[in-house]
Write a protein that binds this ligand. Structure first.
Ligand SMILES: C[S@@+](CC[C@H](N)C(=O)[O-])C[C@H]1O[C@@H](n2cnc3c(N)ncnc32)[C@H](O)[C@@H]1O
Length: 159
């Protein structure tokens, strides 16, 4: 979705978490606006397919720094900086991924882009909790049209 890329911060890493087909991350790679693009999905064949797709594409021969992570978003280790997108999963999964990274003190992203496809209330209660508000503030909430469906997009910036 184009809006995810438009709302991301330039010259820093872009994380496409729960990436599936990886369309957003691939779109982000094409723009060359980001210092690195990270693809994260817990299903091995999804990441293998993306790996082949990117390696076989004549468009991505050099100067397109990216990494593929076959793991759950909750298991990510190491500092997360730049823009952290989690889209197309339930609000509970988004909450679990964010809380795991906060607990490990690895969540240092300057911007979060969160787009739950179900359980929006679970996620919004979490990001509006006092604990979470110590770290991030909601900057914008948009409704995006995806085919015939509307998807919310929450944009949060680090305090
Ligand atoms: C419906 S797709 C979302 C694709 C894309 N992000 C979008 O917004 O269109 C959901 C993907 O999330 C992955 N997924 C679900 N839970 C996950 C988790 N906890 N950590 C990493 N990937 C997860 C699934 O394997 C699947 O590929």
């Amino acid at each position: 979705m184009q809006t995810f890329i438009e709302k991301a911060l330039d010259h820093s890493p872009f994380w496409d978490v729960c990436c599936d087909h990886g369309y957003v991350g691939i779109g982000a790679l094409y723009t060359k606006r980001f210092s690195h693009v990270h693809f994260v999905d817990q299903v091995p064949h999804i990441i293998e397919r993306l790996d082949q797709l990117i390696k076989q594409s004549p468009d991505f021969k050099e100067d397109f720094p990216y990494s593929l992570h076959t793991m759950s978003g909750e298991s990510l280790d190491g500092d997360i900086t730049g823009t952290f997108l989690i889209a197309g999963v339930g609000g509970m999964t988004i909450k679990n991924i964010l809380s795991a990274a906060l607990k490990k003190e690895t969540l240092k992203a300057q911007r979060l882009l969160l787009s739950p496809h179900t359980d929006e209330a679970v996620m919004s209660a979490y990001i509006m909790s006092e604990d979470f508000k110590n770290y991030y503030s909601i900057k914008e909430r948009l409704m995006l049209l995806d085919g015939k469906k509307h998807r919310p997009l929450y944009i949060l910036d680090r305090n």
